[in-house]
Design a protein around this ligand. Structure first.
Ligand code: 13P
Length: 255
């Protein structure tokens, strides 16, 4: 099965940006710009505080909602956390899990990623599981080792059907927010490796169906050549998703 069988998926990770009114302005502009885009899944991931409002703005549109993180317990004495049923209630379809910033600054581990992925799947939402090596890993020739560790740890114990409900996002840490995009060949090399890992762990058929996004300084100018790689099925966009025009252009360049 080639890439054409996998629907491209472009997600905007807004990170710690946008008040509610800014989120409304951005989403309203984006909605118009991508109204005619078909054959691509378009996702925005606002902060928790803007989810409910953005959920209202995108109602009836071709934009879907993601959260940037979640906790695996459903309710209880876990001050500061947000659960999967709460995200479902507010209209999320997707949850980003294991972003490198959460691994780096907030103690996210493969084990917590795995618990979160299982919780998300158990409520029929879709996890976007992020993996990616740091610059020193790459320079020391450890890229595959780190990717193997993140992928196998993050998806441990998932059934084939569960795996297919999710998305994997390859985000080399050295390319995030640095303006230094992985070359299409570098992205393809790791995406191909991830697909091989999934083939070995599940089957050729499963591996060929799962979508793998690339993230790290994706811009309108480089989206098309990244998306042209056989194993790159979409983009997880940070900075360029904060402007409606540039995010819409990435969506269009991915088609
Ligand atoms: P940038 O597009 O700003 O490099 O961020 C990528 C990212 O981390 C998306 O999750």
């Amino acid at each position: 099965m080639g890439r054409t069988m996998r629907t491209p998926i472009i997600a905007g990770n807004w990170k710690l940006n946008n008040t509610i009114s800014e989120a409304v302005a951005l989403t309203t502009a984006l909605k118009d710009l991508v109204a005619d885009c078909t054959g691509v899944e378009i996702i925005v991931a606002p902060t928790f505080t803007a989810l409910a409002t953005v959920s209202d703005v995108i109602k009836g549109s071709n934009i879907r909602l993601a959260a940037q993180d979640v906790y695996w317990e459903e309710s209880g004495a876990f001050t500061g956390e947000v659960s999967v049923p709460m995200l479902k209630d507010v209209g999320c379809d997707y949850v980003i899990i294991g972003h490198s910033e959460r691994r780096q600054y907030f103690g996210e581990t493969n084990e917590s990623v795995n618990q979160k992925a299982k919780a998300v799947l158990s409520h029929d939402l879709q996890p976007i599981v992020c993996v990616g090596e740091q610059l020193e890993d790459r320079e020391a020739g450890r890229t595959e080792e780190v990717i193997n560790d993140h992928v196998t740890g993050g998806i441990a114990g998932l059934s084939a059907a569960q795996l297919l409900s999710g998305v994997i996002a390859y985000e080399p840490v050295w390319a995030i927010g640095t303006g230094k995009t992985a070359t299409p060949a570098q992205a393809q090399e790791v995406h191909g490796y991830i697909r091989k890992l999934l083939k070995d762990a599940y089957s050729d058929e499963i591996a060929s169906q799962i979508r793998i996004q690339y993230g790290g300084s994706v811009k309108p100018e480089n989206a098309a050549e990244l998306m042209a790689q056989p194993d790159v099925d979409g983009a997880l966009v940070g900075g360029a998703s904060l402007q409606a025009e540039s995010f819409a252009q990435i969506v269009k360049n991915a088609l």
